[in-house]
Write a protein that binds this ligand. Structure first.
Ligand code: AMP
Length: 518
């Protein structure tokens, strides 16, 4: 089934229902969204001569047109290539060239950057600025149009990985993968009613954009903040305007929102659910979030190769404070979602017993088809029928998965494994610590030593000795940081993930004395 069928279905049954809103105003009903997408899809076929399977790149910050372009691409049987708007122009050029996209849509803020690539990237025929006259003309191309009947394994979405270890790879996500992930939302994450809304505050090129699908399935309203970005005050005001609001937020965004609510006491009565994931949420942070914003949280764990759909920690578990292992559960990423098998395995892909640490492997209908034009990487990652996530973790006896760190972030000091997350959790217990990120630095004697980058809360003071004390209360002595660097911010990517490679580079580059400030 073509995933665009979700739009056709919603438009038929709920034509007058708000489909997309910009800020506080309805921008298109389902009937209007259908008409706009069908217009573009007809132009792809009838005017631009694109044939099913060809790629259309989307270099777009969040905007209402995001949805109409993507559904148009799917209606015409084409492949959407969403690009992270914060990347470098060289990375755009790489993705455009690797995907072989003939057409690229760009929002006005990015069109100037990408337009020159139409000459530089072979095969790229056209860059169209969203909302321009050219765009509107495409939308009004006349001609018969029928949805392309995609096969389940046809690629619908080519998602480029962040490429921290080499060139980004295009993850091929099929129509079946998308449908399966959408259905899993209802069994594992939350319920949605037609009167509900999703506020797309995080980038739609990533997880938030995927949560379009379950909302489309229920003909809910998709709200795009006017700024196109995550802004705490804007998001909070949207949560008082709209009802039954869901947001997908990276943990750092949750932290910022919580801090804002604490400070301003803003009304967010329309907020139903915050789904968090995409990076580690520390126990101290989620506890504070629950205290300030109430029982509104659900956690998911996924990756581009199995988007949003590996495990989930449900609202019920997150609020089950009386459970004897409540804190361990809160530190976990929950249990396998209903449409996948998840194991923790040794280096021969054999399942390990509970409490043993190994690589997280996944199999099921949400797992990608492979990497675009990269059979070697596909074979290495999809070995023995399992997706090798590169994440390291362990299950407890009840099936709750706790992630340690990505294998490349593991610190090996004096032959012992140290999982940075455990050290970060310990540091965050100190009330003066707003954020902490722990990395390894080459050390002549120990192989690596533990270094902590610490962001203090505004006006808060804390000494290294106090941080050492908080660590020694909670973790083994050999795991404590040997060096602390106090910084104003941590380097993060557009999705809010801390860029540990940057921190490691920084350590390699500098030769400061152990007690200097960074
Ligand atoms: P990406 O493919 O960019 O979405 O990155 C996926 C990676 O983010 C995963 O492989 C994990 O390492 C990490 N990740 C995703 N969700 C979580 C979560 N809930 N807790 C901790 N790490 C996560």
């Amino acid at each position: 089934m073509n995933i665009a069928q979700l739009l056709i279905r919603a438009a038929r049954t709920f034509p007058e229902q708000p489909a997309v809103s910009r800020g506080e105003r309805v921008w298109a009903t389902y009937a209007q969204l259908m008409k706009r997408s069908a217009g573009l899809a007809a132009a792809f076929r009838n005017q631009l001569g694109l044939v099913p399977g060809e790629r259309v790149a989307m270099l777009m910050t969040n905007c209402p047109e995001y949805l109409e372009v993507r559904y148009a691409v799917w209606l015409a049987g084409l492949v959407a290539v969403p690009m992270n708007a914060k990347l470098h122009v060289r990375e755009f050029a790489y993705m455009l060239s690797d995907s072989g996209a003939k057409l690229c849509f760009a929002t006005p803020d990015l069109a100037g950057t990408v337009a020159p690539l139409a000459d530089a990237v072979p095969g790229l025929e056209r860059v169209v600025e969203v909302g321009s006259e050219e765009y509107r003309a495409l939308q009004n191309v006349a001609g018969a149009f029928e949805m392309h009947p995609a096969a389940p394994d046809d690629v619908a979405w080519l998602f480029y990985t962040s490429g921290t270890t080499g060139k980004p790879k295009g993850v091929m996500i099929s129509h079946r993968n998308l449908l399966c992930a959408a259905l899993a939302y209802f069994s594992d994450v939350d319920r949605i009613d037609a009167t509900d809304s999703i506020v797309h505050a995080a980038p739609m090129s990533h997880g938030s954009g995927l949560y379009d699908l379950p909302h489309m399935l229920k003909a809910a309203n998709q709200v795009i903040p006017e700024s196109g970005h995550f802004n705490q005050d804007e998001v909070l005001s949207l949560c008082s305007k709209w009802q039954g609001v869901t947001m997908f937020l990276a943990p750092t965004m949750v932290q910022r929102l919580v801090a804002r609510v604490r400070q301003s006491g803003a009304d967010f009565s329309g907020l139903k659910t915050i789904v968090y994931g995409g990076g580690p949420m520390y126990v101290a942070d989620i506890r504070e979030a629950l205290q300030v914003m109430g029982p509104r949280f659900v956690q998911i764990y996924g990756q581009g190769e199995a988007p949003m759909t590996i495990t989930a920690l449900s609202r019920e578990r997150i609020n089950d404070t009386g459970h004897p292992r409540y804190l361990e559960r809160l530190a976990s990423v929950g249990i396998a979602q209903s449409c996948v098998e998840v194991i923790v395995a040794d280096e021969h892909d054999r399942p390990l017993p509970a409490n043993e640490v190994g690589e997280v492997l996944v199999r099921g209908d949400v797992v990608m088809q492979g990497y675009w034009n990269n059979p070697q990487a596909s074979a290495a990652t999809l070995r023995n029928g399992w997706l090798h996530t590169g994440d390291v973790g362990s299950f407890d006896a009840d099936g709750f998965l706790t992630l340690r760190d990505r294998s490349k972030d593991l610190i090996i000091s004096g032959g012992s494994n140290i999982y940075p997350r455990e050290v970060e959790e310990a540091l965050l217990y100190h009330p003066a610590v707003a954020e902490a990120s722990v990395v390894g630095r080459a050390h002549a004697e120990w192989g690596e030593e533990v270094v902590a980058f610490v962001v203090r809360r505004p006006a808060a003071r804390v000494t290294e000795a106090e941080l050492e004390a908080v660590c020694l209360e909670r973790i083994a002595r050999f795991k404590r940081p040997r060096r602390y660097l106090f910084v104003d911010t941590l380097p993060k990517n557009n999705y809010g993930k801390v860029l540990k490679t940057e921190l490691r580079k920084r350590l390699a580059a500098e030769n400061a004395s152990p007690d200097s400030e960074a």
